[in-house]
Design a protein around this ligand. Structure first.
Ligand SMILES: [Mn+2]
Length: 457
């Protein structure tokens, strides 16, 4: 394993070392004449990483196949037919499971391209590219897609345009904090802006700014939630008409937020800010920097769309979107909204049956909420449906019960610790961040888990 001692080095030097490792990791891929199998994570970052590998391997004329998984589990590794592939590439996952990968795949060539905290392991045939190896921080400096992009640059000179996917991946993994990018992500952004691939502007930040009719933008806006307008199409149309903002252009087609004149946008902004000031919301959310991608999407909007593809178990549609095929975008968004609304209504209808203690609310959904949706749903439930400062959701998966938890900012409890300890006690695993954590426990152990975790909160 290549571990470079670089804690005294500046970021540019670290990146140079990182590129050196990427050069070495590129060799087995460049040489490979047989079948390559890419396995990526199915969230926005993993989809971007997969799309970067797709484009790059295509440029190289390789024989390859891409698939997506929610995490590396023994079953998945066990079922890889070693006779059918000559090289396996993991993107946006694998670094934390090197021991498992070694157990099942040590007889084949393996490339791991990831940004998660690695376990330190090396064997002949493993090519490992991970920012932590050069003291870059995989939580804020670079995403899985970013690492894939660094590798792609070493594989083919034609990959320069893929830099925007590296940025989408970082945004998908919430590496942008208060609109600031750090480390390698910042370098990617400078690179993309300089070459005109990404355009930065300041404006109203609504989902669909570049892609949806204005009144739909307002109607569908959940975050920020506009009282009286969100969820109400006619109110949204009326609001715009009161402001004298036409929703159709002279040719009769819908206008988008990005089509507004500077004056119109100013008028709309003022009205929205006034509205929210009257209600005492933080109106600041409406306005901020936007990063427009070459496909006309705002970077956050596109990352959200890719996450929806993953949650709907259609990551391949996400790859197609990354490659410029936008046909399925509306369909994905509609499906996602419908599923989300269905689960939200299940939560409202069953609110009375939730277990509530003085610490937390426990939502045991069984099969009623798909486990891919659990995280975002309980985030909303914390805002809208529960009174406690902490909420935990449970959802059945084919091999255990998935747990997801969130706490309000005002709550000073380490959810990550509590869930890790409690799930270990019932034979499961867990962890995450202090305000948002998750885990998996054996089927049927929910009650026991709840009594343990509640005492730890
Ligand atoms: Mn990632």
């Amino acid at each position: 394993m290549i571990v470079v001692l670089v804690s005294y080095m500046d970021i540019k030097t670290k990146i140079l070392h990182f590129k050196d490792i990427a050069k070495k990791v590129a060799i087995p891929i460049l040489k490979e004449q047989g079948k390559i199998r890419v396995i990526s994570h199915y969230d926005a970052d993993g989809i971007c990483a997969g799309a970067i590998m797709y484009k790059t391997l295509k440029y190289l004329g390789k024989n390859f196949e891409i698939s997506f998984v929610s995490q590396i589990e023994e079953d998945i590794l066990k079922n890889i037919d070693l006779n059918a592939q000559d090289l396996i590439i993991f993107t946006d996952l694998g670094s934390g499971q090197l021991d498992l990968i070694e157990k099942y795949l040590s007889k084949t060539k393996v490339v791991v391209v990831d940004h998660h905290q690695p376990v330190f392991r090396q064997w002949y045939g493993l090519y490992h590219l991970n920012p932590h190896l050069v003291d870059l921080n995989g939580r804020v400096d670079i995403s899985g897609a970013g690492v894939a992009y660094i590798l792609a640059r070493e594989l083919s000179l034609r990959t320069k345009n893929l830099v925007e996917l590296a940025i989408v991946g970082a945004v998908g993994d919430r590496q942008k904090k208060n609109d600031v990018f750090f480390g390698v992500n910042k370098m990617f952004l400078d690179e993309a802006e300089y070459s005109g691939i990404i355009k930065k502007e300041i404006g109203l930040r609504f989902f669909g700014r570049y892609t949806r009719p204005i009144h739909k933008c307002l109607e569908y806006s959940l975050d920020p939630f506009i009282e009286g307008i969100s969820g109400n199409e006619s109110a949204s149309v009326q609001f715009l008409s009161d402001l004298g903002i036409p929703i159709r252009n002279s040719k009769g087609s819908w206008r988008k937020l990005c089509d507004l004149t500077k004056n119109e946008e100013k008028k709309l902004t003022t009205a929205l800010v006034m509205e929210s000031l009257v209600r005492g919301d933080d109106s600041i959310k409406f306005i901020g920097p936007l990063y427009k991608l070459s496909n006309d999407y705002d970077v956050s909007e596109f990352a959200t769309l890719l996450n929806a593809c993953g949650r709907l178990e259609q990551p391949i549609e996400g790859v197609k979107l990354c490659l410029g095929d936008r046909k399925s975008a509306d369909d994905i968004q509609m499906k996602y909204r419908k599923r989300f609304a269905k689960y939200m209504s299940w939560i409202s209808k069953n609110q009375k049956s939730f277990k509530v203690t003085d610490k937390a609310t426990y939502i045991i959904s069984g099969v009623h909420i798909n486990f891919n949706f659990l995280g975002p749903l309980i985030s909303i439930a914390l805002k809208k449906n529960v009174k406690t400062g902490i909420v935990l959701g449970f959802s059945n998966t084919p091999n255990g019960v998935k747990i997801s938890s969130r706490s309000r900012d005002s709550v000073d409890t380490n959810l990550s610790n509590a869930i890790r300890v409690a799930s270990a006690k019932v034979g499961g695993t867990g962890g995450g961040h202090s305000g948002a954590a998750g885990g998996k426990i054996p089927m049927g152990s929910e009650e026991k888990f709840i009594s343990i975790v509640d005492s730890l909160l």
